[in-house]
Structures are given as C-alpha cells and as structure tokens.
Design a protein around this ligand. Structure first.
Ligand code: GLN
Length: 543
C-alpha cells in the first residue's frame, strides 16, 4: 500500500546503522516517468522537498540537455531529519531518468548492433546509478527505498534490478518488505493474509525478503508474528512490528527493542564500531530526544490558512519544523488547517496562538490568505509567512498601508495596477516549467537589529528556496515609511529575502525562503523557534 510509512521505516533502519558507527546514506526510487516531482500537485504527491544543492543532471555527456534537479520526493525530508545529512538530489532515481538515459545513449550509438531492452539495458542503468553512489560516497551501507507497491507494472524493472543485485552480492544485500497488517475491528485481531499475498507477489519477482516489516495500528502479537514467519519463509526475529506511534522519531527505538539492528547487521556481516559522542548518532542521545518529544505540559494551537488543507503531507516539513521548535521550548503543538477558499472562516483566527501562512502557487484561496495575513497583523497575532505566505503578507501590507486596494502578485493578477510581487528578472525568459524556478540553498545577508538577526545570531545564513516571484524593491521602499522592515537580501542585494513589522510587541515575519527544510529534531530552525517563543508569550499574556 502506498503512504504506509516506507520513508520513516527506511530512515529508521538507517539510524540503527548510525547507532553502530556506520556511514550511511539513502536513495529513493520513484517509478513514475517524471524526471523529478517538481511539477506534481502536492495534493496528489505530498510536499516537494528541496535539497541544499542543485544537481546539474546531464543524462548523457554528448547531449547538451541539462536538467536542474533540487525538487525531490518528500521522503528526502524524512531522511535528512533522521540521519542529519544533506542528501544529494542524484539519490532520487525516477523511471523518467532511466528511460531518457537509455534513449539518448541509443542515439549516441552506445548500443550499436544491439536491440535495446529493459533487461539488461534499463536494469544495468539502474544498477550503475546505485553502485556509483555507494562507491563515490564511501558508504558502509546504502539504503534504497523503492516507491510504489509490489505488483505495480511501473516498479517491476526496479525489483528486477534488485534481484540481480542480490545475485551479484549475496553477502552484501538485505531485502526489507514493508507490508500492511490490518486490524480487524469486528473480530478484534490483526490479519496476516494481505502480508502473505504481497510476499508471494514479491517471490514471483524472484525476491525473498529477509525482513518483513509489519505496519499496523498496534504492536504485533506473538501469534501473528509466528504465522507471518511460517507463511512468508523468514525466522520469527525477522518479522518486525512497526506500529502507529505518537512521534515518528520513536520508530528506531522500537526497532532496536526488537533486535533489528543486530539482526540486519548479521545479515550484512557488519561488526559494530565505537560511536563518538554526537546528538545524532548516539542511541542514548536519540532516546533522550524522543523522551523530550513526548513530555510536554501544554499544547500550542497553530493555524495554517491555505488551500492544500486536504492532504496533511502537503506541508510535512513545516509540520515537522513546528514540532521541532515546540519540543525545544518544552511544549507540544496542535496544527490546524484552515481552508481559505471560505473567507468567512477568518474569525476563528482569534482562537489560535499563532498563524503560519503557507507556501503555494496559483490563485485558489489567495484572497483568504491575504485577509488572514491582514487579520494577524491587525490583531497582533504571532505570524510567520513562508515564501508565498511572505509574499501575501506583503500584499496585505501594501493594500492597507499604501491604500492600494488592488495590489497583488502578478502570479495572481497579471493586470494589477500595483504589481507588488513580480516575476524575478531572470525568470522572464524561462519557457519550460520543470526545474526552472530559483532552487536550492543560497546565501542570505541579514540586517542587524532585526528579529531575524536575533533569531539566527549571525550576519550570513544559507537557506533553501523555490520560487519565481519576489517582493518588489520599489514597493518595499514605500512600505518602509509605514513600519515595514526589509530584514534580509540575497548577495546581489536585488532579491528581498525577508520582511518583518517594526513592532516590539508583535512577532510578524515573512521569509522568502523555506527554513523548514533545514530544521532537525535536535536543532530546530531558529526562525521557527522564535515564532514558537512569540506564540508561547501570547498564550501566557492572555491568561
Ligand atoms: N508561487 C510563489 C513563487 O513562485 C511562491 C512559491 C512558494 O511558495 N514556494 O514565487
């Protein structure tokens, strides 16, 4: 089943290797034909994660075609948050990339005299890509997550490549199958039949799993474990329970309790090493971190007005960044989505401790988002606007304080008399939409004495971007007379990277970048942390 938690499972197994002193990294295979997920709708596919680096992907040397890849599957966010390493975009392999490489190589003459076929040409391309990463990055273990489900036509070539890799390296491969074990409410028990069938499907592809990872709402009981072991041809200690939990960061500990770290190291013939102290790689430190996550006295209520309110995964990095920041202040967090297509909802804002205005594209729900920013500014609710959210905060400010009622972003209204958000200069000649936004991490110069400078406590930071439009410097200058502060710019000084209100008693900040992508459970994003501090303050003041 898709959306079953393969990303968290993969990242959690990677942690078990880190606890044993091994150098790990993770790859994700996405069997869809897109080159990357950048053009996909977040409602369908969840959030698009942005990597630190932009990969100039040239499928074949002799063809000039280069694709910029920094827009990546959301599982990369989970990987980075668990293992604390930036993962290079070349770790996201799609069918689109496999096919384009083979087709261009065929035109180049690489396969001269041969019929180009899925086996061995596509499978060799997949294996080469995997092996190159494992060798170039000098890894002890490379984890590869295969998206989709067993039995999908699309994922078959990847499973076939895995079969060949297991044959080539029998001592160095371990296959983990993640499967749903549903709880049948009517009879009050876990059902193993779907697992038996999916393992059989896998076996018809020539793959025998070493570990069966059972996703279920509750812990696996002994009876189910024995049954799965017998029918699926693995020892009972290789049937692992992967239940629903309060915080996903607990999963590595749950695996460790079942001996999975040792079992899997034995399968791969790896002998544990001594681990130097680190908040990321020490088992005991991770255990403390999970304990802190679960212990909190009060819960902050944050509202996120926007349009992608139906799929919680659309903003998974933001949700996690809020949780990291809240945990570091010893509070829990309750995130509420507010659909801004219905503007009448806005009176509810007063019930929350803070407003986070979300990133996004297109006009749907935008007037409601602008109105939400205006309401937060007027009623002094703590406010954090991210990317589109910052742009719309600026629109709201211009409408109210410059008296320009039709101020807008040209993305929303190309005919607006006041284009306060407009397309960046170098975006104007862009014709194709895939991988052409301003992407990846860029340096940001902070203005001292601002809230953002106080948060980061340094003059230069590096954060990740994904946008085509920006705040117009001309309108920003006009707004500065009315209490708006431009608090950071890019190195060329042409792009405004953040704005805030000049108000000591109100935290109201908009950032053009996405600080959530670099937030880690043990190291929250500084600006999210300050936002949470402001929310806590208002909660106390109200009492
Ligand atoms: N649509 C806006 C832009 O392209 C904001 C993008 C975003 O929120 N990531 O600039």
């Amino acid at each position: 089943m898709s959306g079953i938690g393969k990303g968290v499972t993969t990242a959690s197994i990677a942690k078990l290797f880190q606890f044993r002193g091994f150098t790990v990294s993770i790859m994700k295979i996405d069997p869809y034909i897109n080159i990357d997920p950048g053009t996909m709708n977040p409602i369908e596919h969840g959030e698009c994660f942005i990597t630190e680096e932009v990969w100039k992907y040239q499928p074949v040397d002799t063809f000039d075609q280069v694709f910029n890849i920094a827009e990546i599957d959301q599982d990369f966010g989970t990987y980075e948050r668990f293992i604390g390493k930036n993962i290079h975009p070349s770790h996201n392999l799609t069918s689109g990339q496999v096919f384009i490489e083979i087709i261009l190589k065929e035109r180049q003459g690489e396969y001269l005299g041969k019929t180009v076929q899925i086996i061995p040409h596509a499978t060799d391309t997949i294996k080469e890509r995997i092996e190159r990463i494992a060798i170039n990055e000098q890894l002890d273990v490379l984890l590869i997550e295969c998206g989709g489900t067993v039995g999908d036509l699309e994922s078959q070539i990847f499973l076939e490549a895995f079969r060949q890799m297991c044959l080539d390296h029998p001592e160095n491969t371990c296959l983990v199958h993640v499967t749903l074990v549903p709880f049948n409410e009517m009879v009050g028990e876990l059902k193993t039949k779907p697992t038996q069938h999916s393992v059989r499907q896998l076996q018809t592809a020539g793959l025998q799993p070493d570990i069966i990872m059972c996703r279920s709402s509750i812990f696996l009981d002994d009876h189910s474990r024995r049954k799965i072991s017998l029918f699926c041809n693995v020892p009972p200690n290789c049937v692992i329970s992967n239940p629903n939990v309060e915080t996903v960061y607990e999963i590595p500990l749950i695996f460790e309790d079942q001996g999975l770290g040792d079992t899997i190291s034995d399968i791969l013939n790896l002998k544990p090493r001594l681990v130097e102290f680190s908040p990321v790689e020490n088992y005991s430190e991770w255990k403390k971190l999970v304990r802190d996550y679960k212990q909190h006295e009060s819960i902050l209520r944050i509202v996120m007005p926007g349009k992608y309110t139906k799929n919680r995964d659309s903003y998974v990095s933001i949700n996690e960044a809020l949780k990291h920041a809240a945990a570091s202040h010893g509070v829990g967090i309750d995130i509420n989505w507010l659909d801004t297509e219905d503007i009448n909802n806005l009176d509810q804002l007063a019930n929350y401790d803070g407003v986070l205005l979300t990133p996004g594209f297109g006009h749907r729900g935008v007037e409601g988002m602008i109105a939400a920013a205006d309401r937060a500014m007027e009623s002094k609710l703590p406010f954090l606007g991210i990317c589109f959210g910052a742009q719309l905060m600026f629109v709201a400010f211009c409408r109210r304080h410059l008296n320009r009622n039709e101020a807008n972003s040209t993305e929303i209204n190309p005919e607006t008399p006041d284009p306060v958000i407009s397309m960046m200069e170098n975006q104007r000649e862009v014709e194709n939409l895939g991988g052409t936004m301003r992407l990846g991490a860029h340096e940001i110069i902070l203005v001292s004495g601002t809230k953002i400078h106080d948060a980061y406590q340094t003059n230069v930071i590096k954060e990740r971007f994904r946008h085509r439009y920006h705040i117009s410097p001309r309108y920003a200058t006009m707004c500065e007379e009315h209490g708006l502060i431009v608090s950071s710019r890019d190195v060329s000084e042409k792009i405004i990277n953040s704005i805030e209100l000049d108000d000591n008693d109100h935290f109201c900040v908009g950032v053009q970048f996405h600080p959530e992508y670099k937030s880690r459970p043990w190291k929250p994003s500084p600006i999210y942390s300050e936002f949470i501090r402001a929310c806590l303050k208002i909660r106390r003041d109200r009492k």
